[in-house]
Design a protein around this ligand. Structure first.
Ligand SMILES: *Cc1c(COP(=O)(O)O)cnc(C)c1O
Length: 393
């Protein structure tokens, strides 16, 4: 066996994440590594924190990147806020709510499930019914933007309901952050986590998290030690939270932090509202193209995520074969369906740097070409003009 350097093919990433990483962020990643306690790195960490507070729209002091992927952000929120014996209401309308249930169980707590159909938003009425039926619940958890289905839930209303019934809240904002409005302070979210590889278009492997006052109080007054040493916020705060007095906890992924800083800088330069507006406009253009072909989005209009478009696979079309041709012939990645939606939908992402006009035209042209070639029952040659009409408006 011989070994040689790995050079990945150049892909256009239009799945559920990772999204395309802009050259500017890749360049930041390749800058020289310095020590993770070097005073200049400590300054960088302070800026990362301030920029995260901006993109999350929060003044929470306990806002920081966890050195691990979005799933670790999820786990960090659960292990710190859930104690053995607690009752936790989990709203599930896709894959990621199921993972929340797993987290609750592994904390030795009891999950109370509130189910909604995959592709629907979480129903506030069902949550309220569960809160009334379980007055001893202490926490409500839900996914703001369900990447497995492309549905967005009304986080503000769900958090309000939880608070009215004396519950803290954990919100999954992995896919919503920087793609659609997320207002942590205004909506009074207690704990929120995200990821870097979706609408921030950074390299995967880091999870921004933020904890509000009520959550902090709960974390510092726990009856049991946090079951995870690595994710215990009481310990991590010593590294991220104390300015010059930073103590060693773990070695931060130094270069990945350069990349995250650059990604956050890009959102700051564009302006958060402008980033939200860009995601929305590009979604409308992609949708116009798809609908002209006769391909339908599966989520009702008010709950559609602009950054993740789940569409029904046309009758008789071989899901895997089409995705393989898009990848092999067009270097274009789109996402397959997950769980209940496997084989039924494609998930077309327009996240962060992938939410660009050239990606929309590339995707529509490639899809049109492959579907025409296999004789799929869709309209050909109409997608691009329909999308361009929206973009020109
Ligand atoms: C991607 C995603 C996650 C998991 O993030 P990883 O970085 O893959 O661990 C969690 N929740 C949602 C809604 C996601 O889209």
């Amino acid at each position: 066996m011989t070994f040689s350097a790995f050079h990945p093919p150049l892909r256009t990433l239009m799945g559920p994440g990772p999204s395309d990483v802009p050259p500017r962020i890749l360049e930041a990643l390749s800058r020289p590594t310095i020590g993770h306690l070097d005073p200049t790195f400590v300054d960088l960490m302070d800026e990362v924190k301030a920029l995260l507070q901006y993109v999350m729209q929060t003044e929470n002091a306990l806002t920081m990147p966890i050195s691990a992927p979005g799933s670790a952000g999820m786990e960090a929120c659960f292990v710190n806020l859930v104690e053995p014996g607690d009752k936790v209401i989990v709203c599930q309308n896709g894959v990621f709510g199921g993972r929340m249930k797993e987290n609750v169980e592994r904390c030795g707590a009891e999950p109370i499930m509130v189910h909604d159909a995959w592709g629907s938003a979480v129903d506030p009425q069902k949550l309220e019914d569960a809160l009334i039926a379980h007055p001893d619940a202490s926490l409500v958890a839900f996914v703001h933007a369900e990447t497995s289905t492309g549905a967005q839930s009304d986080a503000k209303t769900l958090v309000e309901l939880a608070h009215r019934h004396n519950c803290l809240t954990i919100v999954d904002a992995v896919t919503s952050l920087a793609g659609t409005p997320l207002k942590v302070d205004e909506w009074e979210i207690d704990a929120v986590y995200s990821g870097t590889q979706k609408c921030l278009s950074c390299v995967p492997g880091i999870a921004p998290v933020s904890f509000g006052e009520r959550a902090r109080h709960k974390i510092s007054n726990r009856q049991h030690k946090v079951q995870s040493w690595f994710l215990d916020m009481n310990l991590i705060m010593g590294y991220w939270g104390q300015g010059a007095r930073r103590a060693y906890h773990h070695t931060a992924p130094v270069n990945a932090m350069y990349a995250l800083h650059e990604a956050l800088l890009m959102v700051h330069e564009e302006g958060l509202e402008n980033a939200w507006a860009r995601h929305h406009r590009n979604h409308l253009a992609l949708r116009a193209g798809l609908e002209a072909m006769g391909i339908q989005l599966i989520v009702d209009e008010p709950h559609r995520l602009p950054q993740l478009n789940a569409v029904a696979i046309p009758e008789g079309v071989d899901d895997a074969a089409v995705r393989a041709r898009l990848l092999n012939e067009h270097h274009l990645e789109i996402g397959a369906g997950l769980g209940d939606l496997a084989g039924k939908v494609w998930r077309i992402g327009l996240m962060g740097y992938s939410s660009r006009i050239e990606n929309i035209t590339r995707c529509l042209a490639a899809l049109d070409g492959v579907l025409a070639d296999i004789g799929a029952p869709v309209n050909h040659g109409v997608a691009l003009p329909a999308a361009e009409k929206i973009l020109a408006a």
